[in-house]
Design a protein around this ligand. Structure first.
Ligand SMILES: [Zn+2]
Length: 390
């Protein structure tokens, strides 16, 4: 029977080893090897080689085929001193990976040479507590939560749909939330616009919402645009850089502006709309699925537009639709699951039914189609008289 020392020596005979200077010399190459860190999580947290992939030794065999499907890929595997990585290299060879080497001396030798290493970001103790129910979900985890904290979501409207979506996005720890809204809080808003309150009547909605969201979660930075979205300001607002747009607009002109801007800037839009007891939600993901104009190429003629000022809405309906929008936005950010791209979800609160219809990208769409005919912003005329509050 071999001792550990003998076994290690035997394994090292069977695998290839590379030195730290050799690996350093290859880091700038286009065909640089994939650096695979097989240490435990706490070791990884204290620092790792630049750009390395982390798979603890204990999960290596079960996870490597998913993470590195190409078995001919050149891999340099490392651990703390080059022992665990030697066994890992042997095991990878047995799994069919035929271009694997182990870093001699491991991370300890790398640091001893004074070479650069990266320290991964981690949640603070407070954040670990605040987001613990996210961290527990494999699809989110600490990585996903850090992604959410880095994310930037732009909300069009701080009304019925913007209220629940902004509250849930803020609670989820989306680090930067932009809000575009020109209105002030009115007493007829409070039946459904739950981000505002009786105390903020008469205040600009963007400021009322900012206070509520930052009180809910101090990790969140709220950027306010107290203006109505127009062809004049849309480029300036988008220049601030957004990962996802949540459209809670209550009017056609804004919806078309948001749509055209999102296609040209390649930003996914989570669309929601509500009327009395009925709501709709979908995701317009540029190039991956249809855009708003694929469904409605141009606004309806004024005589066919609904008299939206008189529409009315059940107070809780925007709560449901806006929460679905927040859910889609969070999934878009962390890349989990399947979004409503190409699917229009219809909700009827009066009969409590959800229906779904497939929506397709239109090759002749005037904005995202093969030969676009609309290439500049259009300010359509508002159809309904007076302000409309979604
Ligand atoms: Zn389109």
């Amino acid at each position: 029977m071999a001792t550990y020392r003998e076994l290690l020596a035997q394994v090292k005979e069977e695998i290839d080893e590379v030195s730290s200077p050799e690996v350093l010399g290859r880091l700038g190459d286009l065909d640089r090897p994939l650096l695979l860190d097989v240490r435990e999580r706490d070791e990884w947290q204290e620092g790792h080689l630049p750009g390395a992939l982390h798979v603890p030794r204990s999960n290596l065999e079960s996870r490597v085929e998913t993470l590195i499907p190409d078995r001919s890929r050149e891999i340099v595997v490392y651990c703390a001193v080059g022992a665990r990585s030697a066994f890992a290299a042997k095991s990878l060879g047995e799994l069919g990976y035929d271009n694997v080497a182990s870093l001699a001396g491991g991370f300890t030798d790398w640091k001893r040479n004074g070479y650069d290493f990266q320290t991964p970001r981690a949640l603070s103790a407070e954040q670990r507590a605040r987001y613990s129910r996210h961290v527990l979900i494999p699809e989110v985890g600490e990585e996903g939560q850090l992604t959410l904290l880095d994310a930037r979501v732009l909300l069009i409207g701080a009304g019925g749909l913007g209220s629940p979506s902004s509250l849930y996005l803020a609670a989820a720890g989306v680090g930067t939330i932009g809000i575009v809204d020109a209105d002030v809080v009115d007493d007829s808003n409070l039946q459904r616009q739950i981000v505002h309150s009786t105390h903020t009547l008469g205040e600009p909605k963007v400021l009322s919402a900012k206070r509520a969201l930052e009180a809910l979660n101090p990790d969140v930075n709220v950027v306010t645009y107290q203006e109505r979205l127009t062809s004049e300001n849309v480029e300036r607002i988008l220049a601030d850089g957004w990962d996802v747009i949540v459209d809670g607009a209550d009017n056609f002109p804004t919806r078309y502006l948001v749509n055209d801007a999102s296609v040209w800037h390649d930003i996914p839009v989570v669309h929601g709309s509500i009327y009395r007891f009925e709501g709709q939600v979908t995701v317009f993901h540029p190039h991956a699925g249809p855009c708003y104009r694929c469904l409605y190429p141009t606004p309806p003629p004024p005589e066919l537009a609904p008299s939206c000022a008189e529409g009315g809405v059940l107070g809780v309906l925007p709560g449901i639709v806006g929460s679905l929008q927040a859910s889609e936005a969070l999934k878009l950010i962390i890349g989990a699951g399947e979004t409503l791209t190409g699917r229009l979800l219809l909700f009827d609160a009066l009969y409590t039914t959800f229906d779904e219809v497939a929506v397709k990208k239109d090759p002749s769409c005037p904005v995202c189609g093969d030969s676009p005919t609309i290439t500049e912003y259009i300010d359509y005329v508002e159809f309904c008289q007076g302000p409309v509050h979604a």
